[in-house]
Design a binder for this molecule. Structure first.
Ligand code: ATP
Ligand code: MG
Length: 345
């Protein structure tokens, strides 16, 4: 194994070593050996570790002789918008330009980058993080198709090409899935043992591991946020409620939507029962929950997971067979917003 685990900024002043995800890393190794026949589109709850995994994937692909470029139009730090291996730095710089391009332009430039890179390297990997957000979710499928064309009709003869797209826009999944233009993989929050490996790297955690697990469901970003909130889960939940304006959201719901959502807080699979009634208002509710990154639709446990699948059903973490709360904190935030509506009623 010719690569090392990367270090990641976990919270202000705390860096950690990339933990666990062994199964996902094995899949990246396999991709590096064979290339991707189709672009691989990775979905997963916000903060579950997609970008961290891509950072690690850059190292793995590099060790397999790839010229790698990672593009994230949504990155807040300029230096993190475009990251590439030394061998292709010049060409990447010349293509992307010295001026800071707008997010959508950066996403579009990826195609030009691919064709230029293929003319100088026999092994090329592009990792496009959050590009759907940049080009507009309604264009997600067109974007994937354009990338597939770059693989199928290359401008130069290449030996191996890898294309990975990351997205937390759950709403685009159905659009991308209705064509056979991509391989869809879902990354869930970390499994308990792997999450412990991350937790153990945090200086003097002010919360026991069981509580950290119960609150975050293995989501590393929410663990970092808990840390930054001085381990005060209540204030973190309050922040989620206000940042997403969940009280306003709840106050706009119809009595039927409120009933469905209250039951979904206890068991997310109740959403499916309500959907079966064919009520358009319930479809709108579920769409909003996915769009607000509160709930995720989860595929069969036996298929399509990038790392370990979540448990078949875990009511304590809000995980059902078909739907799951992204983390218990998201569920708690909705519970709190709903209690406000019930109090006023
Ligand atoms: N395997 C890991 N080992 C150690 N830390 C991790 C790991 N995965 C994620 N993290 C930490 O959790 C934070 C959130 O992860 P990351 O930004 O990768 O999530 P994401 O899925 O890309 O989120 P978003 O949907 O918002 O883009 C990272 O900054 C990193 O500190
Ligand atoms: Mg990310």
């Amino acid at each position: 194994m010719g690569w090392e685990r990367v270090r990641l900024e976990f919270a202000r002043g705390v860096s950690v070593r990339f933990a666990d995800r062994d199964e996902a890393l094995r899949q990246v190794e396999r991709v590096a050996e064979r290339g991707t026949r189709f672009p691989v589109v990775v979905y997963g709850p916000e903060g579950c570790g997609k970008t961290a995994l891509f950072r690690q994937a850059v190292e793995i692909l590099k060790s397999h002789g790839y010229g790698v470029v990672y593009v994230n139009p949504a990155a807040s730090v300029k230096d993190e918008k475009v990251v590439s291996t030394e061998d292709v730095k010049e060409i990447v710089g010349a293509t992307v330009g010295l001026l800071e391009p707008a997010a959508a332009t950066l996403a579009e430039k990826a195609f030009e980058l691919v064709s230029r890179l293929l003319s100088v390297k026999r092994r090329v990997a592009v990792i496009l993080d959050e590009v759907f957000q940049a080009v507009g979710p309604e264009r997600a499928e067109v974007y994937v198709k354009a990338l597939l064309d770059a693989i199928e009709y290359p401008s130069a003869r290449y030996e191996s090409f890898v294309a990975i797209i990351g997205s937390s826009e759950g709403t685009t999944r159905a659009r991308v899935a209705r064509h056979s233009w991509a391989t869809i993989r879902v990354l869930w929050n970390m499994a308990r043992e792997g999450f412990k490996e991350l937790y153990d790297q945090i200086p003097g955690p002010g919360l026991d591991f069981d509580s950290a697990w119960r609150l975050t469901g293995g989501n590393p970003r929410y663990l970092a946020m808990l840390y930054e909130h001085g381990w005060d889960a209540g204030s973190l939940v309050e922040e989620v409620v206000s940042a997403r304006r969940l009280k306003a959201f709840a106050s706009r719901l119809t009595p039927l939507q409120l009933e469905a959502l209250s039951e979904a807080v206890e068991d997310p699979d109740r959403l499916l029962e309500y959907l079966k009634r064919g009520e358009p208002s319930i479809e709108r509710l579920v769409d909003s929950l996915v769009e607000l990154n509160l709930v995720a639709e989860i595929p069969d446990r036996g298929y399509g997971w990038l790392d370990k699948a979540p448990p078949e059903k875990d009511p304590s973490l809000g995980i059902g067979r078909f739907y799951a709360w992204q983390t218990p904190i998201h569920r708690e935030a909705v519970r709190r917003a709903l209690s406000g509506v019930h109090e006023r009623a």
